[in-house]
Ligand binder design. Structure first.
Ligand code: NAP
Length: 212
């Protein structure tokens, strides 16, 4: 009987102890002298300048200087941003190489730019060179051929890009794709292919810069 009373008393003490810890933990507040760590969000909020004045760029297609005598290469210029880049470089007098993977698409794009230029009373000088940036061997050869053909290279725009296997591209089947060289295809198209092309034409680019 006596041991049972002691055991019951111990259980009550243990229970009160646990409940007490739980109660005080839930009501615990930081004391003023305690070091409080600000949340990352607060830190970012404090670092954002509210007095900054951002100037808009004065650049527009009308401020492009004359590019007569300049040579430019634009990768993937047959559509999108590349198409307009080729068009405005050419309209301002540059000789432009449209470096695209599809001859049909590039030829159609060049024809369209020439018609648009004619409507403005201008002649444009645009040539197609075939390049598939997802194929490093082909890209290297195309770069070597291009470098041999160029007397100078003043502007190189590495514009072509693909988002293969990404959800925001409705035209693909979302599968991880591997290039002929065994790299992930988006990475090789956007980065390695351009690196390979630049390597081949860099001597011409540097030589042309020396004459500016
Ligand atoms: N549009 C945007 O909002 C945005 C935003 C950020 C960055 N960018 C970048 O800006 C660049 C142009 O964008 P965009 O919207 O104009 O793209 P786009 O309309 O899809 O045009 C991409 C161009 O790249 C070419 N291309 C794709 N894979 C190629 C390959 N393996 N070899 C050679 N050419 C290839 C395409 O040729 P085909 O016609 O043969 O496919 C096309 O001419 C891309 O690098 C993109 O990543 C765009």
């Amino acid at each position: 009987m006596f041991t049972e009373i002691i055991s019951f008393q111990n259980s009550v003490i243990v229970t009160l102890f646990v409940v007490g810890i739980a109660y005080f933990s839930s009501n615990r507040k930081y004391k003023p002298n305690e070091k409080q760590i600000p949340s990352p969000f607060e830190t970012i909020k404090k670092s954002v300048r509210t007095d900054a004045v951002y100037k808009t760029s004065s650049f527009s297609i009308n401020t492009i200087p004359s590019l007569v005598g300049k040579t430019a290469v634009v990768t993937g210029g047959n559509k999108g941003i590349g198409y307009f880049t080729v068009k405005h470089l050419a309209l301002n007098g540059a000789k432009v190489y449209m470096a695209s993977r599809s001859k049909d698409n590039a030829t159609a794009a060049i024809k369209k730019i020439k018609l648009e230029a004619a409507a403005l009373g201008k002649n444009v000088d645009i040539d197609f060179i075939q390049i598939d940036l997802s194929d490093l061997k082909q890209t290297k050869q195309a770069g070597i051929d291009l470098a041999a053909k160029l007397k100078s290279l003043d502007i190189l725009i590495c514009n072509a890009g693909a988002y293969l296997g990404f959800l925001d591209n409705p035209t693909n089947d979302f599968r991880f794709q591997v290039s002929v060289d065994g790299y992930e295809k988006t990475f090789v198209t956007n980065y390695l292919g351009h690196f390979m092309l630049v390597q081949q034409v860099l001597p011409v680019l540097l030589k042309s810069r020396a004459h500016v």
